[in-house]
Design a binder for this molecule. Structure first.
Ligand code: 6PG
Length: 240
């Protein structure tokens, strides 16, 4: 599969470049739609981008017009060390003057992951108003060593979901209970940036690259094929 890749020496330069692209997209989105919506990725890789955003673009960002969503979440309390929301809060949200109503976490204080997923879909429908699946101006995604992205893992039933926008899934990873946007939403994004760093991602990137373009990918990350731009921001260790 042909990937539109941009390779950088390290995670800091990768993150800075992706952030600069976000800052180029932001004003156009605000001009067109009166706001900028971004779905944040979880895991470790995006933390550097979030920290750079808070450090270097705090004053240039029109926070009242920026809306932060999440591509997936672990079904744990929001103060749990494994929470993607906690990671984004510590690196970005608590460091910038974004209005509380502009931060849209996947809340997990529900009796079940299924109820939490339903609640997030209600939140998306409230914000995006339109009944059509939402198209984020930017969606950040990571890549797992076995090809998962967001919390869409290989062979997950959520990969075949064609109605729901958010699904509760059981992942072969800690913690197993997670919430994830489905391809119904992820395949709408205007700009999708995969952020991939580290030598442990080299094999999965090679496996994606050798897949034929005319067949569906075996990997969830390869099954996210939005009509909008898809850029792969890699560090040298992952790309070589
Ligand atoms: C999560 C992420 C997940 C992540 C990949 C890569 O909740 O864990 O959404 O999809 O992006 O597992 O994780 P690292 O960035 O930690 O390598």
């Amino acid at each position: 599969m042909k990937l539109d890749t941009r390779v950088f020496p390290d995670i800091t330069s990768l993150s800075r470049a992706a952030l600069e692209e976000i800052m180029r997209i932001l004003p156009d989105a605000v001009a067109k739609r009166g706001r900028f919506s971004i779905a944040l990725a979880g895991g470790h890789t995006p933390a550097k981008l979030y920290a750079l955003w808070a450090e270097n673009y705090k004053t240039q960002t029109p926070w009242s017009q920026v809306h932060l969503f999440f591509g997936d979440e672990r079904f744990v309390p929001e103060d749990d060390l494994l929470s993607n929301y906690r990671m984004a809060r510590e690196t970005l949200i608590d460091q910038v003057p974004i209005p509380a109503e502009n931060v849209h976490p996947m809340l997990t204080d529900f009796p079940s992951a299924e109820k939490a997923a339903e609640a997030y879909e209600v939140e998306l429908r409230r914000f995006f108003v339109d009944d059509a699946p939402p198209a984020f101006d930017v969606q950040l995604l990571g890549l797992g060593i076995e090809g998962h992205t967001a919390s869409l893992f290989p062979d997950s039933p959520a990969l075949a979901e064609n109605q729901k926008w958010v699904e509760a899934v059981t992942a072969p990873a800690e913690p197993p209970q997670r919430l994830t946007l489905t391809p119904v939403v992820l395949n709408q994004g205007h700009n999708t940036f995969f952020l991939v760093a580290g030598g442990d991602k080299r094999n999965i990137l090679s496996a994606l690259r050798i897949e034929p373009d005319n067949q569906p990918s075996k990997f969830p990350a390869g099954q996210i094929r939005p009509s909008g731009r898809v850029l792969w921001y890699l560090d040298q260790a992952a790309a070589s």
